[in-house]
Design a protein around this ligand. Sequence first.
Ligand SMILES: Nc1ncnc2c1ncn2[C@@H]1O[C@H](COP(=O)(O)OP(=O)(O)OP(=O)(O)O)[C@@H](O)[C@H]1O
Length: 459
Amino acid sequence: MKYGIVLDAGSSHTSVYVYNWPAEKENDTGVVQQVEVCKVDGPGISSYSKDVEKAGLSLQDCMNTAKQVIPKKEHRDTPVYLGATAGMRLLSLDNNKIADKVLLSVEKSLRLYPFDFQGCRIITGQEEGAYGWISINYMLGNFKQSSSWMPFQQTSTETSGALDLGGASTQITFEPTDSINESPENFMLFRLYGKTYNVYTHSFLCYGKDQALRLRLANDVKNAGSTNLQNPCFNPGYVKNMSAVDLYGSPCTAKYKLFSSSFILITGTGDYHQCQQNLQDMFNKTECPYSRCSFNRIFQPELSGNFGAFSAFYFVMNFLNLTSEKDLSKVKETLKEFCSESWQQVKEKFPDIKEKYLSEYCFSGTYILTLLEMGYGFTSENWGNINFLRKIKGSDAAWTLGYMLNLTNMIPAELPSSPPLSHASYVGLMVLFSFLLASVVFIGWLYFWKPRCLQKGII
Ligand SMILES: Nc1ncnc2c1ncn2[C@@H]1O[C@H](COP(=O)(O)OP(=O)(O)OP(=O)(O)O)[C@@H](O)[C@H]1O
């Protein structure tokens, strides 16, 4: 077995994924399995900007877990990759030098392990989208290995789109059916197993669910001209004092800071319709420099095919028991009901769920619906094409697998040159030909030699 480690350094936390695969089948589809995922306790590495040494130290426990999971003799040959996503993208926008220091601290820590360290970097939003798409299609077995010597074998399998909702950014990636490409920066061309894929992808920075909430609240404070907010996206009776540092301390919201007040008081009113109306403002649909757009002047081709929706799309819809609900109006009814429940009731019903998540499910659910409907253009007709999923065949749906497959060259551009026959067919044919040859020799012997002997015997 071979092993690989990928660290997903997200905005809200870091996860350490350990994958393995049989060495002799490296280029086959679907052979890579996730054997372990360890979530690092505490926030994402971007939160250690004031104490950079701690960013590296925070990974210790999960890296030790990886050390135990992977057999000792494989340690030296196991590559380790770290990809940082939107949290670090935001930090580097804010202060590039600090972002570099955080990455250096992490690198220093990772080099202490007996693995083959391959690098730490901030991946682009486009890469995050594209690797998520590769991951889920690889796991679903959509990159069919067809062989050109079998003309009737099906060579094209439809791919599934990927919808990823993080804390700080969100990605949409799919293979459009039309070939309109008005915005080349939104397209990536892949040649995988002998087939070319022209994939549309876009990552919206600040539209992950944590940053979107801050963006909305910062706008609300600005519009209301007050730091005392009545908010329809929180359950009635919910009251929160949010620190201004927390609200405005990100490049997504910094420009909205108006007041010198150090706290913002939020009081929930729990009204799904008002919440949705309020969130719609975040999606600018009025200006579009292309023939079609999603929002905020970003090109998006017509939606096509099925979509796998993972990360926070799954966490939130799973909590609301809506992952298999194909009727959009029922989804809205459930959300409406949940939002109107009093905070006291909600807390009593779900005592084991982290208060931070629980208090935000009304906002998060409504945000997901608004992003999918208003933002990307899903309707009641194609809502059923979205599959909210966490794992596929035992592996988490995440960009990490696609990242590793790409960096280890495990998805060949062309089909591996396979012999036209499998080993078993080859042996079978050899046996058959040997038998035929033996039969011909035997018949020849009977015809040319034995009859004469027999004739002699008769005389
Ligand atoms: N059980 C849960 N319920 C609700 N929200 C959750 C749950 N678990 C994680 N989250 C939240 O879901 C969001 C997405 O988490 P994820 O780890 O995928 O994103 P990330 O890597 O932090 O984000 P980004 O890619 O934007 O850097 C985060 O805001 C996280 O806090």
